[in-house]
Write a protein that binds this ligand. Structure first.
Ligand SMILES: [Zn+2]
Length: 156
């Protein structure tokens, strides 16, 4: 499977760790939105689109956010959920989120991450009208030098 398009949507959010959203097209026929570009302590990485895991109230069945201790509908106490000890830990954070779509092989995960991050970097450096990548290997047209290369001088 090939990634045929990556679009980057830079994000200015209070959450400084979230740098951008990416929309990725696979094989020109399948698109996944809201892939997140996140700045971690060890560098950039991507997070697949996810949804918050909700917990139904045992009394009224209202679906509460996993952070809630009490039901938002009937105020019943919710069953205790294992809470991450370090909130900044991304892996723990994932426990409250379930990926909606994600690669299942390590190889493709790396390929996807690399492609998205490359597109992100390209977009980041490409902003502003600075004279970016100009392949300046243009040979000046007016080089009418008499020295025209290696003349085949076969002298014996
Ligand atoms: Zn309830």
């Amino acid at each position: 499977m090939e990634i045929t398009e990556v679009r980057i949507f830079p994000k200015d959010s209070p959450d400084k760790k979230l740098r951008a959203y990416a929309t990725v097209t696979f094989d020109n026929v399948f698109v996944v939105r809201n892939i997140k570009v996140i700045e971690g302590s060890t560098g950039l990485f991507i997070a697949m689109p996810s949804r918050k895991v909700k917990h139904p109230c045992p009394k009224c069945n209202f679906k509460n956010e996993s952070k809630s201790k009490y039901c938002n509908m009937c105020a019943a106490q919710l069953p205790l959920i294992q809470r991450p000890v370090t909130p900044s830990d991304v892996n723990n954070l994932q426990s409250e989120h379930k990926d909606i779509a994600h690669p299942i092989t390590q190889t493709f995960r790396e390929y996807l991450q690399k492609t998205v991050l490359e597109a992100y970097e390209k977009q980041k450096t490409g902003t502003g009208m600075s004279a970016s990548s100009s392949p300046s290997a243009s040979p000046s047209p007016s080089t009418n030098s008499g020295f025209s290369g290696l003349a085949p001088e076969t002298k014996f």
